[in-house]
Design a protein around this ligand. Structure first.
Ligand code: ZN
Length: 172
């Protein structure tokens, strides 16, 4: 497979995009590809948040853009129901019980949920299961690094195969 990008390729459904990004919330950088690597995804298949995906159509390699994504088109509004009160005694000693601490909870089925401690009460801890960026406006600065046509197998799977990590758990 060649790394070269045909000059006429622009972002549309079925194109695999490699994107450099900086994500700011309230002016602070919360995530960036210089820390975590550029993201690669299949455009049009919901692999990235909808508000960002929608704004990328037509971009070409080397092009940069500022994109503001509302909470609703990002990680969603905060769901006031998505909280749970858990007895303090259920937390292992090594977990610091302080507001803002992020942890993972396992339910009876063994499924793992990310949670943030919202409040520490006398006998209980209030856990917030909303995504940490729920309710936040997201400011992205993106640059298109690479574009290529997706392989048929990627279109069938609905996600990109970057070559070094095809150990998808969601294969069907
Ligand atoms: Zn796959």
């Amino acid at each position: 497979m060649s790394d070269s990008t045909p000059a006429n390729l622009s972002i549309q459904d079925g194109i695999v995009v490699t994107l450099d990004y900086v994500l700011r919330v309230d002016g602070e950088i919360v995530d960036q590809s210089s820390d975590n690597g550029a993201i690669e995804f299949l455009q049009g298949y919901g692999q990235i948040i909808p508000g960002l995906e929608r704004s990328l159509y037509g971009m070409v390699v080397g092009e940069s853009k500022q994109v503001t994504v509302s909470a609703a088109d990002g990680y969603g509004e905060i769901d006031e129901e998505d909280y749970a009160e858990v007895p303090r005694s259920e937390f292992p000693d090594e977990i610091p019980l302080e507001a803002g601490v992020e942890l993972q909870m396992r339910d009876q089925d063994g499924d793992i949920f990310d949670a943030t401690i919202a409040e520490v009460r006398e006998e209980t801890v209030l856990l917030n299961f909303n995504h940490p960026l729920a309710g936040k406006e997201l400011e992205f600065s993106v640059t298109v690094l690479k574009l290529r046509e997706a392989a048929q197998e990627e279109l069938d799977h609905g996600h990109s195969h970057s070559g070094h990590e095809h150990d998808d758990e969601d294969e069907d």
